[in-house]
Design a protein around this ligand. Structure first.
Ligand code: PRP
Ligand code: URA
Length: 210
């Protein structure tokens, strides 16, 4: 199944992405914005969660109404920057389990290097949402999802904040079954593999390491 990426055009999303891009935005506000954007993206990415009808007594009458049908979810942030999205996702999905996968980009080759992977033991039974604010070359998301599939997961979505066209294409070609949700699609990558205009190094801005 081949799917189109979803670029959220909601005014709140666009406003928060603009604040995030500003180099004058400090670590505290940056972290808060990443978390808020994760919540807004989560709302859109969970639009297809299945429901089941239940009967509930209101103070007035019996209502035939819908609740989530108990699908099990797992969030998998790509370390480091994906960690900044976890709390915002858990605001809407408090019962989701959280796995972690660690990848960093080799600064010369831009190829991802994996250094950590710990997933819920029943990952194969869960709908997985992979989190990373930046989809640049797409190598990190591509390899993270390959690893998660190797451990049995079959239902996977990717949520990011800013994507480059190169990253969207690479991820979609490697994993055409994965639904992609991002808040902005930027112009290009520069010669160092940074997204232009982008927001700089997401991990450094979330954790204040530069
Ligand atoms: C950043 C970002 C993504 C990756 C995107 O992480 O958080 O994981 O780059 O680039 P790609 O699409 O070209 O793979 P980085 O490698 O800087 O590691 P860090 O989060 O530990 O700083
Ligand atoms: N990783 C980031 O944090 N920012 C970019 O622009 C590209 C990769």
């Amino acid at each position: 199944m081949s799917k189109q990426p979803m670029i959220l055009d909601h005014p709140l999303v666009q406003h928060k992405v603009s604040l995030l891009r500003n180099k004058a935005t400090g670590t505290k506000e940056f972290k808060e914005l990443v978390s808020e954007l994760a919540t807004l993206l989560c709302y859109e990415a969970t639009r297809d969660l299945p429901l089941e009808e239940v009967e509930i007594e209101t103070p007035i009458a019996v209502a035939h109404t819908n609740v989530l049908s108990g699908r099990k979810l797992a969030l998998v942030p790509i370390l480091r920057a994906g960690l900044g999205m976890v709390d915002g996702m858990l605001t809407l999905l408090p019962a989701a389990k959280v796995g972690h996968i660690g990848l960093y980009r080799n600064e010369e080759t831009l190829e991802p290097v994996e250094y950590y992977c710990k997933l819920p033991s029943d990952i194969a039974e869960r709908d997985v949402i992979v989190l990373d604010p930046m989809l640049a070359t797409g190598g990190s998301a591509r390899d993270a999802i390959t690893q998660i599939k190797k451990r049995g997961a079959r239902s996977i979505k990717f949520i990011g904040i800013i994507a480059a066209p190169e990253g969207l294409k690479a991820l979609h070609e490697a994993h055409p079954d994965v639904d992609i949700y991002v808040a902005a699609l930027d112009e290009k990558l520069n010669e160092k593999g940074y997204i232009v205009p982008g927001l700089g190094d997401a991990g450094d801005r979330i954790f204040g390491t530069k």
